[in-house]
Each structure stands twice: as C-alpha cells, then as structure tokens.
Design a protein around this ligand. Structure first.
Ligand SMILES: [Cu+2]
Length: 135
C-alpha cells in the first residue's frame, strides 16, 4: 500500500463508522429514555412519511408520555385539554418499563414538538425536538 491508499482506507473506515453511529441524517429507528423530567436524547430526526420504530424506556419513578404535537402546533403554558386535538401521536409508559412502538412519521417536513402530557411535566422541562426531513 502506498501512502494515498492508506489515507483512503482510513477515510473510508471513518465514513462507515459515522454511518453506523447514525450521526449522518435521519433514522427510522429511535431509542429514547424518559425520566423526571426529561427525554434523552432531546433531538430526534426522522425521514418524512416513513414508518418509524421507537424504543421507549421509562427509567423514572412515575408514568411518562411521549407525545408528538401536530405540525405548527405547540403547547402553551402547560399541557391541557385544549392541546389534545393537536396530538399527532402518543405513547404512555409505566415507570420501569420498556416498549417498542411503530408510527408513521409526519409527511410535512419541519420541526415538531415532543412533550410529556402528565400534569406538570411539560412545565418542568420535559420537552424534545423532532425534526422531520424530506426524502
Ligand atoms: Cu413525564
């Protein structure tokens, strides 16, 4: 191998490593932990209109929701009855449990608010961002 081939092999390896880590762009497989009072990670990116697999784990001590709000809507001061019609998709998980869900990503590219709808949790900062990117 000459010097160029070695560098090329290193760059190729790096490209594969980045792709494997999912750092390059949207994913159809999300893993999210919920606890008091946060989501981890807080930035999620999915491709528009695709079927998404979501592995949720509630590592907290109380029940938590994973609620995606509809495009262009967001929760005001706290999540309430007036926000229910604006829910795009919702899952609820008991403490100390995990579950895998599937849902269809919104077809409209843009930023979506993810929140926990349990009373007071949104106000406590239990919010995340879902970015939907065009295919
Ligand atoms: Cu919560």
């Amino acid at each position: 191998m000459n010097r160029f081939s070695i560098w090329f092999a290193i760059l190729l390896g790096l490209a594969f490593a980045l792709t494997a880590c999912g750092m390059a762009g949207p994913s159809t497989h999300l893993k999210v932990d919920m606890m008091e009072f946060m989501f981890n990670p807080t930035n999620l990116t999915v491709p528009a209109g695709q079927e998404i697999t979501l592995e949720l784990t509630n590592t907290g001590a109380v029940v938590h929701d994973f609620i995606i709000m509809k495009y262009g809507t967001s929760v005001g001061d706290d999540f309430g009855d007036e926000d229910v019609p604006n829910i795009y998709w919702k899952a609820e998980l008991e403490p100390g449990t995990s579950a895998t869900y599937t849902f269809t990503a919104p077809s409209e590219p843009g930023d979506y608010q993810v929140i926990c709808g349990v009373q007071g949790h949104y106000q406590a900062g239990m919010v995340a961002d879902l970015t939907v990117v065009a295919q």
